[in-house]
Design a protein around this ligand. Sequence first.
Ligand SMILES: [Zn+2]
Length: 225
Amino acid sequence: MKWETVVRLKFDLKLEEGTRIGGSGGGLEIGELVDSNLTAIRNPANDEFYIPGSSLKGKLRSVLERELGRTSNNGREPCDCGKVDCMICTVFGAHKKTQPECGVTRIVVRDAFMSAASREEFRKVGAAGKPIVEHKTENVINRSSGAAEHPRTGERLLPGTVFDGEILLHVYEKDDAKKMTGFVRHGLGIIQEASSLGAGGSRGSGKVSFVNVREEIVPLEKLTV
Ligand SMILES: [Zn+2]
């Protein structure tokens, strides 16, 4: 298996609705009762919001697996067939299988940090003392009494925020680069048109769009610093 090229996909990941990408708690809000499990994830280096590559990669894999009906353990676990003709295992890796026929994982999904324009917008909003995050309270409805119980407040990233997205595909000698790239772009299309990112997608959270998608093919032999 010889690694030959890299396909680099760059795009703007734009939030069309408030989006909840969970952090690990310890939010800095003052005077607000935000459930510690429902704070938005922030980059520890600069305290800015970001979209972890693992969130986008997981969603991408899951929508494509569902479309193809390729999962294991009755839909409870990712596909682990490891077959050469399985696009899921080839692109995303064969889950728990240690020596799959399809070889190594081809995809790398980078963490998506805020675009320069969104960062500037946040700076202005913050300086004006306005909130840089939405608070959404959700109730759990008791099905027999119809009463709302246990309201929990979570943070959502603001609609309109744009993140710089990047996905790489490692292309090996026998791989069909066009097919793999098309497969990933198709998955992004499903997320955009028919699904969501982050938590609460069935309740009006996490509609996103992928705009200004650029595609570049980089021969490995050209890379240097
Ligand atoms: Zn598979």
